[in-house]
Design a protein around this ligand. Structure first.
Ligand SMILES: [Zn+2]
Length: 147
């Protein structure tokens, strides 16, 4: 990250921040492959979760490791220049994410995050999706019957 020029970095930033990022496309394609139905960026829900599995009452975010500060991830380390600026900016993102998750859970949603660094292999993404959705149905008889 430190070797990137400012121009490269802002380009990366725009990509990471925006909707329809590569990690998000990979997760969507894995979900399609599993035959799952979902809505995209549902603005009626706090934080507009990237994928919403309404039947399972699961809201899923696909987060860039840097932009959303993946804990303990080396992709999340702060640039060595303008460190204070980035710290403030990213702390705000993290706070916003936390608030969205809190609100969604209060409204009865199960919330999960797939991080950018977890989207390298299609099989791994499919496994995560199965885990996320199975977890819900184990806890709710209704979902198990519906699934
Ligand atoms: Zn990460």
């Amino acid at each position: 990250l430190d070797k990137l020029t400012t121009a490269q970095r802002s380009r990366n930033m725009a990509r990471v921040r925006g909707k329809n990022t590569l990690p998000e496309m990979l997760v969507r394609s894995a979900a399609h492959k599993l035959g799952l139905r979902f809505r995209l960026h549902d603005k009626r829900l706090k934080g507009s979760p990237d994928l919403v599995f309404a039947k399972h009452k699961v809201a899923l975010f696909v987060h860039g490791c840097f932009w959303h500060q993946h804990p303990g991830c080396k992709k999340a380390s702060l640039p060595t220049t303008k460190t204070e600026f980035w710290h403030t900016k990213l702390a705000r993102n993290v706070e916003r994410d936390r608030e969205a998750i809190r609100q969604l859970r209060a409204d009865g949603w199960r919330v999960d995050v797939i991080w950018e660094c977890e989207t390298k292999a299609a099989e791994a993404i499919e496994k995560r999706l199965k885990q996320i959705l199975r977890h819900r149905s184990r806890r709710s008889q209704h979902s198990r019957i519906a699934a």
